[in-house]
Structures are given as C-alpha cells and as structure tokens.
Design a protein around this ligand. Structure first.
Ligand code: ADP
Length: 271
C-alpha cells in the first residue's frame, strides 16, 4: 500500500483520536516546533500512533524537521490524507506548509494580519483550522500533537474552539528562561485559565548549554524561571531541555534524534 493511499483510513474527523495536546508558547523561537516534533517521536518510540497538526502560520517548520518537505497532501473520499513520515505509518502529519506552493509564502500570509487586515487574516485561519479538524482523515490515533502559532491571539482561541468538542484537550507550555522574565508565559497561562484549557505542564527549553567537551553545563540565559512560574501558576513543571547542538543538527537534517542520539545531552529530558 502506498504510504499516502486512502486504503484503510477512517472517515475524516477526530473521532478516533484519544488525546489532543496543544503545544503553546508566548513567542516564536523558543522551541515549540522542536518540542512538538520530539514529543511525537518519543511517543512513537513508545509504540503510540501519533498525528501532528502544524498550524503555525508564521513558520510551519515541522515538515522540514521530519524530512517531509515537498510531500503532498492528497484528497480521497474520506477527506485529506495526512502525510506519513515513516514507513510504519506511526506518525502522520498535516501542515499548513503542505498547502503553500512556496515555503516563503507563510510570511506573506502573515502580512495582511499584521498590517491592518486583522479580520482577513484571522478569518483565513479560523476557516483553515476548522477544515483541518473536519476534513482530515486522521484515523485511529493515540495522540494528536498540535503545533500552534506563537502568542495568545485569536488563532489560539480558534484552535481551542475547533478542537475542544473532540475529546480530552491539554496544553504543554514551552518557554525559555529569558522568555519567562518578560511575562510571555504568564500571559499564556492566563489564557489557558480564562479558556478553561487544562495545562499538562510547563517545559523550559534551551536551559543551559552542556559543553560536549568538558560536560560542564553553562546557564546561557538564567535558570529555574520555568519551574518558578509553574509553581506560582499551580501547574506541573515537566522539566528542562538543554541547548544541544546535536538536536539542532538533527532537526535541520530531518533526522530522528530520539533514535539516533541516545547519549546526547537533550535525550534524557526529551524521553
Ligand atoms: P518555535 O517553534 O518556538 O519558533 P523552533 O522549535 O523552530 O522554535 O526552534 C528554533 C530553533 O532553535 C530551531 O532551529 C531549533 O532547531 C533550535 N532549538 C530549539 N530547541 C533546541 C535545543 N534544546 N537545543 C538546540 N537547538 C534547539
């Protein structure tokens, strides 16, 4: 069976999805897509079936991180067929990146929203997220990991509203130590509280750099902020992921970090 064939797929909706995890961050560049990708890979290695929905309009980077760039989403009788990123078909991916002819187009999409046409930008997003929920043939999944756009904007609201009716929904909030200090994550946690979205926990990413030569860990920014904030907000702190050059390289090359680099510094934090 061709990996992207319609064969054996259930009708397109989220009925067969057991858990939905939204990955949120207060701002871009803190490692939200990285955590989404590695979470999916770690769950896959535990024998789970995982779907990834990448609705980060500002930078749909997951196809690149999973070496699925340039693959096409097909239409079949049951709806859109997500792209399977592995031979075993245990990770399926739907990304706005697959719908853009040119990877740079994402930046153009953001334009109208930033420069006045707020309604236009948001309307497009809301329609898109609804369509991803209703028209994608996800089939049976243990987890659907959703990589959201950064911030606490209308896009988050639309995402929560579109997904909430479809089962247990929880949020993983990703921060870096310095993002904590400017209050981005605080706003993110307030958003979760206001919308009644369950917070699974806070992850602090880029927490220190473990030198591959002498194994000394240097706190490049600051440390402990994520944990402090989680405590203040009364939500679980799930751990810190160090800066790891091998992880950066794996993501750039679309490799399976969890499988290939078990001795790497970020490995134990991510598994
Ligand atoms: P976001 O989705 O929040 O915009 P990304 O996941 O795209 O951020 O990460 C931004 C960049 O930082 C990427 O190039 C990624 O490879 C790198 N990166 C993220 N987390 C780590 C880490 N713990 N160690 C090394 N590089 C990382």
């Amino acid at each position: 069976v061709h990996p992207n064939s319609c064969f054996s797929l259930e009708p397109g909706n989220l009925a067969g999805v057991r858990h939905i995890i939204l990955v949120l961050s207060g701002k871009g560049g803190v490692g939200k897509s990285t955590i989404s990708t590695e979470l999916a890979l770690a769950l896959r290695h535990q024998g789970k079936k995982v779907g990834i929905l990448d609705v980060d309009l500002c930078g749909p980077s997951i196809p690149h991180m999973l070496r699925a760039q340039g693959k096409a989403v097909h239409q079949c009788d049951n709806g859109w067929v997500p792209v399977f990123v592995d031979q075993e078909q245990s990770i399926s991916l739907m990304s706005v990146g697959f719908l853009l002819e040119n990877p740079d187009e994402a930046v153009v999409w953001r334009g109208p929203k930033k420069h006045g046409g707020l309604f236009l930008g948001f309307g497009v997003f809301a329609a898109l997220i609804k369509q991803f929920v209703s028209d994608v043939a996800w089939g049976e999944l243990d987890y659907l990991v959703v990589d959201t756009p950064p911030g606490t904007s209308d896009e988050h609201m639309a995402t929560v509203e579109a997904l909430r009716p479809h089962g247990p929904l929880g949020a993983l909030v990703v921060t870096t130590p310095q993002a904590v200090s400017v209050g981005d994550v605080r706003r993110e946690l307030t958003f979760c509280k206001k919308t009644g979205l369950k917070v699974i926990g806070v992850i602090e990413n880029m927490s220190g750099f473990a030198c591959p030569h002498c194994a000394e860990c240097t706190n490049v920014f600051s440390s402990g902020g994520g944990e402090e904030l989680a405590q203040l907000a009364g939500v679980p702190f799930l751990g810190s992921v160090p800066l790891d050059p091998q992880l950066t390289r794996s993501l750039e090359e679309g490799r399976d970090f969890i499988k290939e680099f078990p001795k790497s510094t970020a490995y134990s934090a991510l598994t």
